[in-house]
Design a protein around this ligand. Sequence first.
Ligand code: UDP
Ligand code: UDP
Ligand code: UDP
Length: 462
Amino acid sequence: MASTTNLDQTAPHIALFPTAGVGHLMPFLRLAAMLATRNCRITLITAQPTVSAAESDELACFFANHENIKGLQFQLLPYNPSTDIDPFFAQFISISNSVHHLHPLLSNISPPLSAIIADFTIASSVCKVATDLSIPTYILITTSARFLSLMACHSQLVKNNPKNSGDEGIDCIKLPAGLAPMPLSSIPPPFFNPNHYFSTILSSNSTSFSKVNGILVNTFDWFESETIEVLNSGRVVHDLAPILPVGPLESFKVGQATNLPWLDNQPAKSVLFISFGSRTALSKDQLRELGTGLEKAGRRFLWILKGSEVDKQDKEEIEDILGKLFLERTKNKGLVIKGWVNQDQILAHPAIGGFLSHCGWNSVMEAARLGVPILAWPQHGDQRVNAQVVENAGLGLWARDWFWEKMLVKGEEIAEKIRKIMQGENLVKASEVEEKARQAYGIGGSSEKVIQGTIEALKKKK
Ligand code: UDP
Ligand code: UDP
Ligand code: UDP
C-alpha cells in the first residue's frame, strides 16, 4: 500500500464524494484506493449519518486499511420530507441541500484540491460549489454506460414521453444518434413520472453532464464499446463531457475476509451464488419459490438472503422465512446466510460457477472481472438495462419474463434456468469476458490508460 510519504511533488489532491447505498459507495472506495496507489493524494468525503449499517461498517473498515486516505466527515442538515420517500433518495436530496456548507471545508483544505469526483446523484450541487472555488469536477457513474445514455437523454425522453403518444403498441423507444433502441419494459416507470423523486433527481443532475470536466464510468471499452463510442461522438447531447471508462474498478484488500469453510469443501465451479445486492428485497412468497427452485435444480448453492431493503430493519431469521424443513432437506447441497458477506471475495472463490444476480452494476462488473456467468433476475432501476448489457456481452443469460414486483416466478421455472446457467458453455464465455477485463485494467489497457491520462491532466492543472 502506498503511503502519503511516497507521494511526489506533482501528486494531485483529489476529493471523492460518494452518496448513499453500498452500490454507490463501493465504486468510490475502489477508485479512491486505485488513485492512491497511482501517486494521488486522496480525501474521501463522507456524509453523516449514513443510511445503512452496511455503509458505515464498510467505511470504517476501509479507513482502517487505508491510512493514507484522509476522511472528511460532512454532517448533513436535518431533512424531513413530508412524503413517503425511499431512504436512499432522501439522502441524495439531503446531501444536495447541505452542500453549501461544504464550501468553507473545501476552500480551507490543504494542499488545495486539484479535482473533486462526485456521485451523479449530487452532481449539480457539487458542481456549483466546485465551480465557485475553481476546482475541476468529475462525475463517477456507478451504473452501465447504457443506462447513462438513458439518463443523458432524460429531459428529451420525458418531453416526448412515448406513453403519452396514444399508441398502445409501442414497445421500444428510439434513442438519438444511433444509440440502440430501448425496450420500454426496461425503463423504470418512475423515469417518465416528473413528480417521482427518481425523475427529479435525474433531471436536476443530468444538466451537469455538460458542465463537468469528465464522466468516469465503471465499465470498460470492450464491454460496452458501441454505447461508449456513440456517447463520445458528441451527437447524443450537446457538449456532453468526455466519457471515461475506468472499469472494472479493482477490488481492494479488506480487513475482514468472509470465512466460509463450507465453500472451501465444494468442487470447482460447482456452486451457484445468489445475492440481490444491498438494497433489493424479495417478497416472502418469492423467497420461498426461490428455495423450491434451488432444491429442484439440484445444484450446490450459497444464498445470501435479504429480507428487507434497509439492513437496520432486517430482523427476521432464516428459519422463519424458509422453514426448518427446507434447511434440513438442503443441508448437504447448500448454505443460506443472512447478513453481510464480502461478495467480491466469494465470487473469486474457485468453487463458484454461477451467479444469480439482480444486476446491480457493481455485481455485474465484479462478475465480469472474475469470469462468473450471471443468471440475470433484474428487479428495478437500472437493472433490466444492465441485464441486457450482460447478455449482449456473453456474460450470462437474462430471464427476461421474470418481471418486476407484482408477479411470482415459480420454483419449477427457476430450477430450469439454474440448470441452464450452470452448464459449462456459459463458463467458457464468461472466462472470455474475464480475459478482456484483465486486458482493460492491465498495463497499457484501455481503462488503465484513461486513469493515467486523467491523473496527468490534473497534474498539469496544478
Ligand atoms: N455487497 C457485498 N456483500 C453483500 C451484498 C453486497 O459485498 O452482502 C457488495 C457487492 O459486492 C457490490 C455492492 O455491495 O459491490 C452492491 O452493489 P450492486 O451495484 O451490485 O447492487 P445494489 O446494492 O446497488 O443494488
Ligand atoms: N428505486 C427505488 N424505488 C423507486 C424507484 C427507484 O428503490 O421507487 C431505486 C432502485 O433501487 C434503483 C435506483 O432507484 O436501483 C436507481 O437509482 P440509483 O442510481 O440509486 O440505482 P442503484 O445504484 O441503487 O441501483
Ligand atoms: N420500485 C423500485 N424501484 C424502481 C421502481 C419501482 O423499488 O426503480 C418500487 C417502488 O418502491 C414502488 C413499486 O416498485 O413501491 C412500484 O413501482 P412504480 O414504478 O409503480 O413506482 P410508483 O410510481 O408507485 O412510485
